[in-house]
Design a protein around this ligand. Structure first.
Ligand SMILES: NC(=O)c1ccc[n+]([C@@H]2O[C@H](COP(=O)([O-])OP(=O)(O)OC[C@H]3O[C@@H](n4cnc5c(N)ncnc54)[C@H](O)[C@@H]3O)[C@@H](O)[C@H]2O)c1
Length: 360
């Protein structure tokens, strides 16, 4: 990951920096996290999603000096403990995907005094932070064009569809695919679903986005219409229980439910689990709802990371380089900003764009 390495080399020394991270701990994070350790930072690692943890990555980073409290499939209770340990460790800075540490701190579980600044990488986390009085500057790098315009837009849907194909041995040819949510992730999912053979329709609750979907040439349908016709439903909203218990009766026999949104709660998985079910293939569960079968892919957790390998290494190099540049900004410039949520300024990440563009 040459861009990431060059951004690591451009960082100042990081002795005295205690960075608590709640993130996807998969193999492509290693160059970033190992690089930060090499520059002298202390790291505390936990996960924003127990289903995406690669235990080998955690073990490797622990062997390089990181403190880690994360393992694949850890329970919600264990994760709560890990989040508490993260702030008991007295971090100076945060690097979050989903704002769990900040939300727990501000919920009264700990003292945020040691924290100087933080980074937030997800739309879900940013929405959560908007409702909180965060006493330190925290920088949203999800909405940076170089991140959302590439990763959200091009990678998530593509890799999720690829993972679906790899795991189920099914493509979408001859299938009706309904994408719920037409943000950048949903747009990429539409194109990927069509590339994998699907006939695509969009469900979007925001009228402006719905019109954008129409202008892009996608049929827009109501959720009820979409669910009645879908062979595959892909949720990409950042909202909870978009497909709830009340929707199960609308679904066709044999439908697959796939989620690419940040949390595993876009689909009401507990409502499904109340029905008889079995795992029919790794990461494919069949639920019997009345006389119909409903298939849940990757436990309703982010399909691209839980069932696939996440972004390609070449694409993720850019995202990771933006993250590293963001950490450089946190430790050198963030003190000049007021407490609360800010968009990561262009000056922080533009060197990554310039370096990538220069490579041709
Ligand atoms: N899987 C990944 O690796 C990955 C990567 C980036 C972002 N994400 C997540 O994907 C989700 C979407 O990201 P985005 O950048 O496209 O966000 P976004 O907020 O721009 O788009 C979400 C869209 O969903 C719509 N929506 C919300 N609730 C809905 C509902 N009940 N019915 C229909 N439409 C609804 C919203 O109006 C919005 O247009 C977020 O949770 C984000 O954190 C996942």
């Amino acid at each position: 990951m040459p861009l990431t390495s060059s951004m690591i080399d451009a960082l100042p020394r990081l002795e005295g920096i205690r960075l608590a991270c709640s993130m996807h701990l998969e193999v492509k994070m290693v160059p970033t996290l190992e690089g930060l350790l090499r520059r002298g930072a202390k790291l505390f690692l936990t996960t924003c999603n127990p289903q995406t943890v690669d235990d080998r990555v955690v073990d490797w980073l622990a062997s390089r000096g990181a403190q880690a409290q994360a393992w694949r499939g850890m329970s919600e209770e264990d994760r709560d403990v890990a989040i508490r340990k993260a702030f008991e460790w007295a971090p100076t800075h945060l690097c979050e995907m989903g704002a769990d540490i900040t939300a727990a701190l501000l919920g009264g579980s700990g003292n945020p005094l040691s924290i100087q600044a933080g980074l937030e990488a997800t739309g879900s986390g940013t929405s959560r932070l908007e409702g909180l009085k965060v006493p330190y500057p925290i920088f949203n790098w999800d909405d940076v064009p170089l991140k959302e315009g590439l990763h959200n837009r091009y990678m998530v849907g593509l890799v999720a569809c690829h993972a679906f194909f790899e795991r189920t041995h099914l493509t979408f040819h001859g299938k009706r695919v309904v994408i719920v949510g037409f943000g950048l992730v949903g747009r990429g999912a539409c194109e990927a679903a069509r590339a994998y053979g699907g006939t695509v329709a969009v469900v979007e609750k925001d009228a402006t986005r719905a019109v954008e979907a129409q202008f892009a040439g996608w049929p827009v349908v109501s959720l009820e219409q979409g669910l009645r016709q879908a062979d595959i439903v892909i949720t990409a909203t950042g909202a909870r229980h978009v497909i709830g218990e009340k929707h199960l009766s609308l679904l066709r026999d044999g439908v697959f439910l796939v989620n690419v949104g940040h949390t595993a709660e876009e689909i009401d998985v507990p409502a499904l689990r109340a029905c008889p079910h079995e795992e029919v293939l790794p990461l494919v569960e069949e639920f019997r709802v009345g006389n119909r079968s409903i298939y849940l892919f990757a436990m309703g957790s982010m399909a691209n990371l839980t069932a696939g390998h996440g972004d390609s290494v070449n694409a993720f190099d850019i995202t990771a380089a933006v993250l590293v540049a963001g950490i450089g900004f946190l430790v050198t410039r963030a003190a000049a900003f007021s407490p609360g949520l800010h968009l990561l300024p262009r000056e922080a990440w533009e060197p990554v764009a310039t370096a990538r563009a220069a490579r041709g």
